[in-house]
Write a protein that binds this ligand. Sequence first.
Ligand code: ATP
Ligand code: MG
Length: 185
Amino acid sequence: MTPVSEREPVISVAPTRESSAPSSLEPVFDLRELSVSYGGASALKDVSFGIQPNIVTAIIGPSGCGKSTFIRCLNRMNDLIPAAKVEGEVLYHGQDLYADEIDPVQVRRTIGMVFQKPNPFPKSIYDNVAWGLRVLGMKDDLDGRVERALQQAALRQITGASRPGGLRRTSESWRYAAACFDRSS
Ligand SMILES: Nc1ncnc2c1ncn2[C@@H]1O[C@H](COP(=O)(O)OP(=O)(O)OP(=O)(O)O)[C@@H](O)[C@H]1O
Ligand SMILES: [Mg+2]
C-alpha cells in the first residue's frame, strides 16, 4: 500500500452549476489555494472555491480524502493539531481568518460546527446545554434558554434522563448537539 506521504490528495472541486446562486451574492467563505499537510504529508492541495449564502454546500468523498481537514480550516480547528500546516487563504465575509490580528477563539465562537459524533461533557443534559451560556456570562433566564434550546431541537420530551447517555439514538444525539450549539434564543 502506498504510504500516506506519497499519495496524491483525492479531493477535487466540481465546476459551479450555472443556476446555483445569483452571481451578485458575495460568498460567505472564499477559499484561495488552500493546502493542508500533516507532518509533511499532503491532505489538501490548492483548493479554491466560494461557499455561497443560503445554499447547501456538500463536501463528498471517500474516507481519508480530506473532508474533515477541509471543514476544520473554516474555523481554525486545525490550529489544535500540532502537525497540521495550513497554507493559502480562508476569507470569511472578505476577512482572512488566518491573519495575524485574528483571535482563533473568537473565530470558533462565530463559526460553529456540529460534529459527526456528539461528545458531551460527563454532566447532565442541562449543564451541557447551559455550558456555553455560563462561559459567556449569559446567566439571565438560564432555565428558559435551556428549555427553549431543547424544545427547538425536539428533545424536550425525551430528556427526562438527566445524563447525556440517556440519548440512545443517533438522531437524538445529533439534535442534542445542535441544541448545545445554538444557544442564541
Ligand atoms: N490529526 C492528524 N494527524 C495526521 N494526519 C491526519 C490527521 N487528521 C487527518 N489526517 C490525515 O489526513 C488525510 C485526510 O483525513 P480526513 O480526516 O480529513 O479525511 P475525511 O475525508 O474526513 O475522512 P472520513 O470520511 O473517514 O472522516 C488522511 O490521510 C488522514 O490520515
Ligand atoms: Mg472526516
